[in-house]
Design a protein around this ligand. Structure first.
Ligand SMILES: NC(=O)c1ccc[n+]([C@@H]2O[C@H](COP(=O)([O-])OP(=O)(O)OC[C@H]3O[C@@H](n4cnc5c(N)ncnc54)[C@H](OP(=O)(O)O)[C@@H]3O)[C@@H](O)[C@H]2O)c1
Ligand SMILES: *[C@@H]1O[C@H](CO)[C@@H](O)[C@H](O)[C@H]1NC(C)=O
Ligand SMILES: *[C@@H]1O[C@H](CO)[C@@H](O)[C@H](O)[C@H]1NC(C)=O
Length: 292
């Protein structure tokens, strides 16, 4: 109790004051003008909507997914909407060599990179987990490992531009949900990996921001089909969701919460975790380590 009074309460107070009073910069669409942006999983759904918002704001975009036909349509629409430039590179994120080469190609097409938006996922349906180890591996590879490969390949360009990595995750990557175990595992992995890397960038003075986006149910065709007959829940609009992700990325926020219920974002703020993460890094000595 004495410990509580002496240390924990003042720290909590300071922390909350810092958190709530730190002035947040306001978003302006011009912030994206001329910026060079990659969006993965952009042949449909939230990724497609992000490409259109970026195009309207005058950004350069390179989109990727497997389906060439869809990507072609997305690129033409982006050009109509006013993109500074728009290209696609088709391929599968099951293939880590493709992932690595894709970033190099996109960087060449745009002459650099300001923002890497990681959004693709392998097709997932709601079901009890029996024994599909193959699908656990596939989810980890497509939804998690390829994100690591893509961000490693992009880091040199992002360091040059003081750029941003935007990771699209889910409520199922923050709290437990039934019927989604492999997907959930891959999304929790994103939080563990990218939140750790954010701490490392801060220690190593690498000015590349990392934004983790925690989304509730969104009204994409895929999601609506997946939950139909199993989950009766309100789905938030994909267009607004896409915009909130871009805003959070360009404002260099650590996390973005987007859900149809306001309660979710309020309750997701995990002050215990934030306080502990705020305290711990002060104990490291990194001078002897090889830096980024
Ligand atoms: N919609 C929701 O309710 C919801 C909720 C929480 C979080 N999220 C997150 O939001 C993001 C987007 O979701 P969404 O609903 O927009 O998904 P979506 O409409 O199903 O789109 C998925 C995208 O990923 C691509 N993709 C699938 N398999 C791929 C592969 N092997 N290699 C490369 N690309 C692949 C798809 O294109 P191809 O098939 O052409 O490859 C498509 O462009 C995901 O990270 C998801 O976890 C969504
Ligand atoms: C990146 O930020 C550094 C300061 O951290 C600044 O000196 C440099 O000009 C910036 N570069 C770009 C491309 O904005
Ligand atoms: C990091 O980069 C951003 C975007 O260019 C810039 O606004 C910020 O001042 C930079 N921060 C540091 C510490 O250099």
């Amino acid at each position: 109790m004495a410990f509580m009074k002496k240390y924990l309460l003042p720290i909590l107070g300071l922390f909350l004051a810092y958190y709530y009073y730190s002035v947040k910069e306001e978003f302006r669409p011009e912030m994206l003008q001329g910026k060079k942006v990659i969006v993965t999983g952009a042949s449909r759904g939230i990724g497609e909507e992000m490409a259109y918002h970026l195009a309207k704001m005058g950004a350069h975009v390179v989109v990727t997914a497997r389906s060439k036909e869809n990507l072609q349509k997305v690129v033409s629409r982006c050009l109509e909407l006013g993109a500074a430039s728009a290209h696609y590179v088709a391929g599968t994120m099951e293939d880590m060599t493709f992932a690595e080469q894709f970033v190099a190609k996109a960087g060449k097409l745009m002459g650099g990179l300001d923002m890497l938006i990681l959004n693709h996922i392998t097709k997932t349906s709601l079901s009890f987990f029996h024994n599909d180890i193959h699908f656990v591996r596939k989810s980890m590879e497509v939804n998690f490992l390829s994100y690591v490969v893509l961000s490693v390949a992009a880091l040199p360009m992002l360091k040059q531009s003081n750029g941003s990595i935007v990771v699209v995750s889910s409520l199922a990557g923050k709290i437990a949900h039934p019927l989604l175990a492999p997907y959930s595992a891959s999304k929790f992995a994103l939080d563990g990996f990218f939140s750790s890397i954010r701490k490392e960038y801060s220690l190593a003075k690498v000015n590349v921001s990392i934004t983790l986006c925690v989304l509730g149910l969104i009204n994409t065709d895929t999601a609506i089909k997946a939950v139909s007959g199993i989950l009766d829940s309100h789905a938030a609009p994909k267009e607004e969701c896409a915009l909130e992700i871009i805003k959070g990325g360009v404002l260099r926020q650590e996390e973005v919460y987007y859900d149809s219920s306001l309660w979710t974002s309020l309750l997701l703020e995990n002050p215990g975790r934030k306080i502990l993460e705020f305290i711990f890094p002060r104990r490291y000595t990194v001078d002897k380590l090889i830096s980024y």
